[in-house]
Design a protein around this ligand. Structure first.
Ligand code: ADP
Ligand code: MG
Length: 752
């Protein structure tokens, strides 16, 4: 098409869009359901479609059953049809009409019932109707508890937003590529992120601006509002506008008023489509439990896998070490089906690759609870819970990885006789979780302890891992909150010995934390991936120090791949995490740590004490005895050698300087913020004008407000102009502000 023709086409399309948006706005307003109403139950198939009421132009959409009947943009309707979505699920029927007309929603529905579309569609529609463009910045934030779930949500956004001109990003994982990410943050319209990573940007990204935010979505809302994410969520809420639309979704919804108050919902619609349902788990799910003594669990698991070689299975274990150990051992024993493992200590890319691979292949995935929430993996046949879930909610989410969206699935849970109380708890749900008890069949049980012991002899590094698996399992039981179910004192020392033997260990490892309860250190918690949700939100803590050798099968854990130098306490393994513990260098440590005197006696180098609370970027100086000298003291000393400076005078001077700087700082900050705002506004106007010019040509008049289209243009997605002088000014301003903050910190320290 020639240029003038292109311009005309662009203008026409913009006008069409403006018309569509006007009509949609009118329809949404005129046909909206009354607050607090639910759609009527669907009629039987023979009864025909649900009649839409209201006037012909703006029919009520609270009762419709197909996406096409909703007041959605043509672009969204086309994308939904293309993705194969036509009929709405129950939660979509109930939540979409309320969410589309701008109400806050607290939605609960079973696992695999289609909650993602119930929030993705309103997000895209809202931004479209607001004519959100590149220069408008962040319009919606979606929080997910895990990296992989965030990735999956983003894929759904991609599908539904296929024909729209919106931008988005997944902000998860470690800090790699952070600078590039920082540079793009303000140009993304939809952010899907884990809470920790978002807070990181609020803290570190200069200019990161969410002041125009329209929507906040919390998927797996009960977990996001749980104490693990408390401080991060509070930090996020404090940074975004109070006036916004908020959507909360989960299969196990929070009912805590306090929690809800934290996200300040406004007259929310409580939508719980399966509350009156017979069961809390999918109807298509068959559920079984089996009482299995601790020392028989691995035999039972092995026998199960051997009998289900054509099934796609997820196996849940309670700790990272358990997952690694069982995976490594079973891999060596070759059951005849591909095996995979997944836990929170892996890099995000590795996790992604594993989920993608598991999606495709019939295999067994050993996992911690990192995969328990939200993940939508195709055609999982079985969920096997080798270690008891920490709660009923945890049970519901784990088994929810199968039997998704009307598909069939089965779940099996092993319970130690000591954990039988869990069964009572499940029964106490009033048959909401219909679980059948199965007796293990002795003749089907293959004993593999001897085989495991032989593997450990052949691969001594696995012995170390086995010890840790043993200890961390007991720790996980010990640390569980629900003491009615998890009580380590119910296990005898014979139980422990038999369990150790079942892991192929020649001796029962020391379990120090049981006899010295007070000594359970915080690090112990980190061995357990129950807390992986928290760790995923603090990615900088999980440092995987080894180069990854095999992205899929191993996360590069040095336990297995790089034998460690034996240390003094090798025999008293406490199961502490090797990642958190400082590593011994593989080079000769003696040459590094000790200086050999002429007499041949090692002379220990004096340890230098560094004040870890010192302001960032300051240089620490030491005196001859290795003590840190306060900043500026060395300068003061030099001065003092010429003329004695009175101590009181120095601190008085510091106090004065501090006061002056604080005052200046305040003024500077105000000035700085003001100029930033102005520059941003100018930049926005400039960008907008530039875009409109490229769309319709500079010869056209500037458009009226209703004429501001957001039609896709080839350069519409170029959001950053690195030559923009505004940006440079901002950077300079920030460096200045940082330097002043540093000086202030230094001075306050000196003064105190
Ligand atoms: P939930 O979040 O409730 O656990 P998801 O949103 O992950 O469930 O959806 C589960 C599966 O159902 C996904 O594979 C999704 O593609 C499919 N799905 C969702 N809504 C529909 C629909 N209306 N029609 C067909 N499939 C759907
Ligand atoms: Mg979900």
């Amino acid at each position: 098409m020639r240029r003038p023709q292109r311009r005309v086409a662009a203008k026409q399309s913009r006008l069409r869009e403006a018309d569509e948006i006007r009509l949609l706005d009118e329809w949404i307003d005129a046909g909206k359901p009354l607050p607090g109403t639910k759609p009527p139950p669907l009629p039987s198939k023979s009864a025909g479609p649900v009649a839409a009421s209201g006037d012909g132009e703006h029919p009520e959409y609270g009762a419709c059953k197909q996406f096409d009947e909703l007041p959605l943009s043509q672009k969204t309707k086309d994308a939904l049809r293309k993705a194969g979505y036509t009929e709405m699920s129950e939660i979509q029927r109930a939540a979409l009409p309320h969410a589309l007309c701008g109400r806050d929603v607290l939605g609960a529905a079973k696992t695999g019932s289609g909650k993602t579309l119930a929030f993705v569609i309103p997000v895209i529609e809202k931004l479209y109707r607001e004519r959100w463009g590149p220069e408008d910045g962040v319009g919606c934030i979606i929080l997910s508890p895990t990296n992989d779930l965030a990735g999956q949500i983003f894929e759904v956004i991609r599908k539904v937003g296929k024909f729209h001109n919106l931008s988005g990003g997944v902000i998860v994982g470690k800090r790699k590529g952070i600078e590039e990410e920082k540079a793009r943050m303000n140009s993304l319209n939809i952010l899907v992120c884990t809470p920790g990573r978002l807070v990181q940007h609020f803290n570190e990204t200069a200019n990161f601006d969410c002041s125009q935010l329209q929507m906040l979505v919390l998927d797996e809302a009960d977990q996001i509002l749980d104490h693990g994410f408390r401080s991060q969520v509070d930090a996020i809420i404090s940074q975004i506008p109070r006036v916004r639309q908020t959507l909360l979704f989960s299969a196990t919804q929070t009912k805590s008023v306090k929690d809800l108050a934290r996200v300040s919902l406004k007259d929310p619609e409580y939508i719980s489509v399966h509350e009156e349902a017979r069961t809390a788990t999918p109807d298509t799910l068959e559920q079984y439990a089996m009482i299995v003594p601790l020392e028989q669990k691995l035999n039972m698991l092995w026998s199960f896998i051997k009998r289900h070689l054509n099934s796609k299975t997820i196996v849940f274990l309670s700790s990272v070490k358990q997952v690694k150990f069982v995976f490594e051992i079973f891999k060596k024993l070759r059951p005849g089906i591909p095996l995979k493992c997944m836990h929170g200590r892996m890099k995000h890319e590795v996790q992604q690759a594993i989920v993608a691979d598991f999606n495709e292949t019939t295999s067994v995935l050993f996992s911690t609870d990192i995969t328990a929430r939200g993940l939508d993996i195709e055609n999982v046949d079985w969920v096997v819970q080798v270690d008891c879930p920490e709660s009923i909610d945890n049970y519901i989410h784990r088994v929810g990885r199968t039997a998704r969206y009307n598909k069939k699935g089965k779940a099996l849970m092993f319970l130690c006789p000591e954990e039988e109380r869990m069964l009572e708890k499940l029964k106490a749900t009033g048959s909401k979780i219909p679980i059948h008890i199965r007796k293990p069949k002795a003749e089907q049980l293959e004993q593999i302890s001897q085989n495991i012991a032989s593997v450990l002899v052949k691969f001594p590094n696995l012995q170390q891992l086995g010890k840790r698996a043993f200890v961390t399992y007991l720790k996980s039981v010990y640390l569980q909150k629900d003491k009615e179910v998890f009580d380590l004192s119910r296990f005898s020392s014979e139980n422990f010995a038999a369990y150790a033997a079942s892991l192929g260990l020649p001796v029962t490892p020391n379990i120090r934390f049981i006899s010295h309860k007070k000594n359970v250190v915080k690090k112990d918690m980190d061995d357990i991936d129950m807390k992986q949700m928290k760790s995923s939100s603090k990615p900088e803590v999980i440092i995987n120090p080894q180069v990854n050798r095999d992205l899929i099968e191993d996360d590069g854990d040095d336990d297995i791949l790089c034998p460690k130098k034996p240390t003094a306490d090798t025999n008293t393994d406490d199961g502490l995490d090797d990642i958190l513990r400082p590593k011994e260098s593989t080079t000769d440590t003696n040459t590094k740590r000790e200086k050999v005197t002429e007499l041949g006696r090692p002379l220990k180098k004096k340890k230098l004490k560094i004040n870890v609370h010192r302001p960032m970027g300051t240089r620490v100086k030491y005196d001859d005895d290795g003590n840190a000298i306060p900043p500026l003291a060395s300068v003061a000393e030099e001065v003092a050698s010429e003329a004695v400076v009175h101590k009181d005078k120095i601190s008085q001077r510091y106090a004065e300087m501090l006061r002056e700087m604080r005052e200046h700082d305040k003024e500077d900050k105000l000035q700085h913020n003001k100029s930033l705002r102005e520059k941003k506004l100018q930049k926005k106007v400039k960008l907008k004008r530039k875009r409109q010019e490229t769309e319709t040509g500079s010869d056209e008049d500037s458009h009226s407000e209703s004429d501001r289209g957001r039609n896709a243009s080839s350069n519409g997605k170029k959001y950053f102009d690195s030559d923009d002088e505004g940006d440079d000014a901002v950077k300079d301003g920030d460096v200045l502000a940082q330097q002043e903050a540093l000086a202030l910190k230094l001075l306050s320290k000196m003064h105190s």
